[in-house]
Design a protein around this ligand. Structure first.
Ligand code: ADP
Ligand code: GLC
Length: 520
């Protein structure tokens, strides 16, 4: 039986190929395109960042000026519609025309001059959420599913269920919220509540807004959504189980356990296809792997590594933050340098991690090559040219690079957390089953052990070929997993049609003790 088709609006702070910091962009972009291909009517609401450039073939037209409620007054907004070639998808670009130019400045989340978050991020994304709904009202098309991603978009669901609940496009809208990363929650001082149009009366510990005396955007999204998703089944369990993964919201998440689903992300397997990838010099597939060697040579040359001895190449493409286990790499530096391997790291992030990598690469340029900055082409070359790919994450909601590396015949070495645990199986040389090398504890010795197992299999060409083929045969495409969202949307809509939506009043009734019967 085929599932119904919906008019879906994604509200997100990133979307590939228009604005990207990490995997959120890849996921929002490729999910939205796949949904449009499946016959849904899809709009993505996205801030009109200064850095946003439309790829060839896209069209942009001014749609309408307007404004958005802002505390007791209003802030000017402007909306454009961008449309890609060969898809019915539309992007609603939200500009802020006010003096402080929330989006018309360098940097998506961080100010590139300081390397720190923009000091007014609370206001920037609050405005984005409020203005996105104004833009949708101006479009005037009924919205059946409003799907917000991560804390930057969370307020859209609150406004949907409060200030905008009687606006006609939202008459029967289902609210879905996807958690991509609980390590970033958007926690601010309570004055933002007034900008959002709420009084202090709604600010108490059981309310959707309050979190240890401050306002928590992620909690707002978790509270008002009809259904919640996160990006892998294991992460869905982990975030309810303890503070290490739940970052203080584990109780809120456990209380919504019945409404929380773990849907594994897909990848864009057209963009990430070693047989066709325009960003790499050698093309190959699982039956013709010779082209991989061409990429290897190109990578060695680009990194300036000596031709001999021919040592295995271990790659990493990552934001350089604690989440990604960069401290494990720095702890294990001595051990790693004693392994028969060379390392290629592409990534930007915390200045401390960048400096450390820079210094190590300077000390041993024949062993470690480090490139900072965002470099899409080099990311593809690292995936294609390396032998092994390393992801020792502390936590990992899903992770995309391990799926790219499986597809590129570059077996991943991963810690068994979140989506890494759901996508990589330890290779067993006796049975020839498995796709990579997995370690359990966040521990440098365990990580080096897994890397050693990988290097040992690499020395046995037949086993290695079997391992590569296993990984390259896995299907992680959105075609396979978009159906999970179709089902979820259908369920959320059933709830809305049955009148089961979460409003400020219904949430208050749930959390406040029942009044005592009279006379007692
Ligand atoms: P996260 O979203 O937590 O950063 P993911 O594995 O989900 O992790 O996605 C990371 C995405 O960002 C991948 O597409 C990866 O290739 C890309 N990426 C990360 N750092 C860089 C970089 N410096 N240059 C190019 N791409 C990068
Ligand atoms: C987040 C997570 C990452 C996930 C991505 C897309 O940035 O850190 O694990 O793959 O979102 O969902």
């Amino acid at each position: 039986m085929s599932l119904p088709r919906f008019s879906v609006v994604h509200v997100a702070s990133e979307m590939a190929p228009l604005a990207k910091v990490g995997g959120l962009a890849d996921v929002v972009g490729s999910l939205a395109f796949e949904q449009a291909r499946r016959g849904h009517r899809v709009i993505v609401a996205l801030p009109a960042y200064q850095s946003l450039e439309l790829p060839a073939g896209w069209m942009r037209r001014a749609f309408q000026g307007g404004d958005a409620p802002w505390g007791l007054s209003r802030e000017p907004a402007h909306f454009d519609i961008a449309e890609p070639p060969d898809s019915s998808l539309r992007v609603l670009l939200v500009s802020h025309e006010g003096e402080r130019a929330f989006f018309d400045r360098p940097g998506i989340y961080d100010d590139p001059r300081t390397g720190e978050g923009h000091p007014d991020n609370a206001e920037r994304f609050l405005f984005f959420a409020r203005a996105a709904l104004q833009g949708l009202k101006a479009l005037g098309e009924p919205v059946e599913v409003l799907h917000a991603h991560d804390h930057q978009a969370a307020w859209a669901l609150c406004f949907l269920r409060t200030h905008e609940r009687s606006a006609s496009p939202f008459a029967s809208t289902a609210a879905v919220f996807t958690i991509h990363n609980l390590g970033y929650q958007g926690i601010h001082d309570p004055w933002v509540l007034a900008l959002a149009g709420f009084g202090r009366d709604v600010f108490h510990p059981a309310s959707p807004f309050e979190f240890w005396g401050r306002v928590n955007d992620m909690k707002v999204g978790l509270s008002f959504a009809d259904l919640l998703t996160t990006v892998s089944p294991t992460y869905a369990r982990e975030i309810q189980s303890n503070g290490e993964f739940g970052f203080g919201l584990e109780g809120v998440l456990a209380s919504r356990s019945a409404d929380l689903f773990g849907l594994l992300n897909g990848i864009d397997d057209v963009e990430w296809d070693p047989a066709r990838d325009p960003l790499i010099p050698g093309h190959y597939d699982r039956d013709r792997l010779e082209g991989k060697g061409v990429n290897r040579e190109a990578l060695i040359a680009e990194c300036g590594f000596p031709d001999a001895p021919a040592l295995p190449l271990v790659g990493m493409v990552s934001r350089l933050v604690e989440q990604k286990g960069i401290d494990l790499i720095t702890q294990a530096e001595g051990e790693l340098s004693r392994l028969e391997a060379r390392y290629v790291v592409l990534g930007q992030g915390q200045p401390g991690f960048q400096d450390r990598l820079r210094r190590s690469a300077h000390r041993a340029p024949e062993r470690l090559y480090y490139r900072s900055g965002h470099d899409e082409r080099f990311a593809h070359l690292v995936e294609a040219g390396c032998d092994l790919f390393l992801m020792p994450s502390r936590y990992e909601p899903c992770g995309l690079n391990q799926m790219y590396s499986l597809r590129y015949g570059t077996p991943p070495v991963v810690r068994a957390v979140g989506g890494l645990a759901d996508t990589v199986e330890e290779f067993d040389p006796r049975t020839g089953q498995g796709t990579g090398f997995v370690f359990q504890r966040f521990d440098a010795v365990e990580m080096v052990g897994a890397l050693r197992r990988g290097l040992a299999v690499l020395r046995q060409p037949d086993l290695w070929r079997a391992l590569q083929k296993n990984g390259m045969s896995r299907d992680f495409s959105w075609r396979r997993c978009a159906e999970g969202y179709d089902r979820l949307y259908a369920l959320a809509r059933e709830r809305v049609e049955a009148g089961q939506v979460r409003t400020l009043e219904s949430l208050r009734a749930k959390t406040e003790p029942a009044p005592r019967p009279p006379g007692r």
